[in-house]
Design a protein around this ligand. Structure first.
Ligand SMILES: Cc1cc2nc3c(=O)[nH]c(=O)nc-3n(C[C@H](O)[C@H](O)[C@H](O)COP(=O)(O)O)c2cc1C
Length: 360
């Protein structure tokens, strides 16, 4: 896909407020107006992670396709996997608008959407109707007013078990009051036990064990990271996604930075990569980690892998770079493999974990 298409598309979409522009981009993907550009298969980028075969290590992060409207179109842009959601059992409207802001000079985004989504039933119908076979993860959450948040995650596992390639248990959105408290050790132990027991039951019924990842915040203290690592290692969890958006505004000058909500994009890159490396050191070399936060190029994607990630995801930088970005990153990764002279991207994993962990 040409850079001209991306530049013109961005100019047009930036005439609208960010949430309207997001809706138009989904419509564009649905209508087929956006050309697909799947990069040529490159065996050096293929990996099996948590038992799933990924054609390349770049995924679409949660929050773009909240209602599972366009997962196959996203795969058509060159992503090796797409994550839909966050989905809550019941539909909910989210916070009052405006609730999404561009920090243009710094290539960042602030959102306080608050899990606006159409709920399990609507997304399930769409996922059941999918004809594509690519990797689609389902990110599950809890309704804001739920009396039993853990039960909401269990409902998510049960509802989407037959259509999800993997699950993400999202306890790190800063926009649902109290949600991040589930990262505290006792609550996390209870949540993981309930979710993984539901997975075990569903696996027994269906004969297929669907991997479960846990998505965490980048705003953790060293003690908080220790607690999460201890719980993760004592449960049969398949991996971590690091990280969600940050509440920090450190080093951000854009006037929009005063808006409440989670910050993502380029200003999140260092913080999220440092937490990823710090967790990699706590978890050992093997547990799958998906690195997210500020990925904007093949170089930044590879840096997450060098920090210890198996796979990476992005969202915010596509707002600035357009739908051609995933294809460019995947082709760029192939070029970097050529330059490094390695036969598998996995060979570069963790080569800079110590360097990044020191920044945490
Ligand atoms: C507008 C917006 C909405 C998001 N919604 C969700 C969500 O529903 N669930 C979730 O787990 N993460 C959500 N995220 C977080 C992203 O998945 C990702 O973790 C974060 O933005 C960092 O990646 P990035 O810098 O590439 O955007 C959202 C991010 C943005 C910008």
């Amino acid at each position: 896909m040409s850079r001209l298409f991306d530049t013109l598309g961005r100019r047009a979409l930036f005439l609208f407020d960010p949430e309207t522009a997001h809706g138009l981009s989904i419509k564009g993907l649905k209508s087929g107006l956006v050309p697909t550009c799947r990069p040529a298969a490159d065996p050096r980028l293929e990996q099996v992670v948590a038992g799933i075969r990924f054609a390349n290590p770049l995924g679409m992060a949660a929050g773009y396709d909240k209602n599972a409207e366009v997962p196959d179109q996203l795969l058509g842009l060159g992503f090796g996997f797409a994550e839909v959601g966050t989905l809550t059992p019941l539909p909910q409207a989210g916070n009052p608008k405006p609730r999404m802001f561009r920090l243009e000079g710094e290539r960042g985004v602030i959102n306080r959407l608050g899990f606006n989504n159409e709920g399990h039933a609507a997304a399930l119908l769409r996922l059941k109707a999918r004809r594509g076979e690519g990797v689609v993860g389902v990110n599950i959450g809890a309704n804001k007013d739920s009396a039993d948040r853990i039960a909401d995650y269990v409902l998510g596992i049960r509802a989407f078990y037959d259509v999800a390639t993997y699950f993400t248990v999202n306890i790190s959105s800063p926009n649902t009051p109290g949600l991040r408290d589930l990262q505290a050790r006792a609550s996390l132990a209870e949540l993981l036990a309930a979710v993984l027991a539901a997975r075990k039951e569903e696996a027994g019924r269906s004969g297929r064990s669907v991997p479960v990842f846990l998505k965490i915040a980048p705003d953790l203290t060293p003690d908080g990271m220790d607690d999460i690592a201890a719980e993760v290692l004592s449960h049969p969890l398949d991996g971590l996604i690091i990280s969600n958006t940050t509440l920090s505004r450190e080093g951000v000058c854009d006037p929009q930075a005063k808006e409440a909500g989670g910050l993502s994009g380029t200003p999140l890159f260092i913080r999220s990569t440092a937490v990823l490396a710090a967790m990699r050191k706590r978890l050992g070399p093997d547990l799958p980690i998906i690195g997210v936060g500020g990925v904007s190029s093949a170089e930044t994607a590879l840096e997450k892998i060098r920090a210890g990630a198996h796979l990476v995801q992005l969202y915010s930088c596509m707002v600035y770079e357009g739908p051609g970005l995933p294809g460019r990153i995947v082709r760029g990764l192939s070029a970097l493999m050529e330059r490094e002279g390695v036969s598998s991207i996995a060979d570069l994993r963790g080569s800079k974990t110590d360097y990044w962990a020191e920044k945490a």
